[in-house]
Design a protein around this ligand. Sequence first.
Ligand code: GLU
Length: 344
Amino acid sequence: MSLYAEHLGASGMREPEQSAPPVYTQSSVCDSNSAKSITRIAPSPTGALHLGNVRTFFINWALARKHGWDIVLRIEDLDTPRVKPGVIDQTIETLAWIGLDWDSGPIIQSNDLPNHHAAMVQLASSRRVYPCSLSRTQIQLASNAPNEGDHEIRFDPALRPSEIPHAFTDKQTNWRFVVTDDPIHFEDRFLGSQSFCPAHTVGDFVVWTQRRCPSYQLAVVVDDHHQSITQIIRGNDLLDSTARQIQLWDALDFGPLPHYTHLPLVRGADGRRLAKRHGDTRIEHYRSKGTSREHIIGLIAYWSGISSTRQPISPSEFLDAFNLDTLPKDDVIFTKEDDQWLTN
Ligand code: GLU
């Protein structure tokens, strides 16, 4: 039986602790008839859509249409230094071209800043955030663990100021969230039980940036709450972010959590997440070569356990055939043959 048909009720809670355990209840409203389930397709317009993120959005769309959830299209444009002019329109046009539709939006994330600001005021009033102007090098030096490459560095809670203010005043500085020490347990609807401990992995993470806007973590939590999102479908590279977002959701007293479904990623032959280094895998690139959307969806179907060979299929055929229970659990490797299928 599909997980979506089950009543998950109060699954996804922290494991019982000795005293007054905080309980994270994943929303049960979406399994009842009384309230609408809502999901979001949330592209970041930092680069054109490629086969990897389009596969995630396509599966998100198919799950929503199969189960009767509403879809909000949300453009996550707060990553401002990387948002390129014209990419928002291009992103929306590409999603429509490939066959996706949505029930509301596009909502442009940066238009909603008062909600994020109010969340910061609330977090500050309970002393869960503080300004921090330490540089990356200073944080790194204070950390015992080696931090390599562009991985997020752990902010040791020992670096917290001794006095945490209770007002959100200085908007031109980074603000960090006071993480709790406990691991966060949640039930993923594709991967099953998950457990992450933000205090050990990232420590006090940034929620407000010196660019005077919320970080990705805060923006997503506030938007998901205000848009009444009950189903979050996204790539498994965000699994550990989910634990951070659950802590924020709880600190903001936002009530029942959404359900989470984290999907396998598409990777290059070197095992790294699909990116420019693997050649041009943008949908625009294939379109300019005359590739049909049915060929692209055919490849997504082949990667998703729908067909054993690559063959063109339409959005509605994909929708009829898609089944989360038979989606392969492993990440997908994008091969030369895949590229040839799209370009020949
Ligand atoms: N904006 C992210 C992306 O384009 C998705 C973030 C999320 O789903 O929380 O992959």
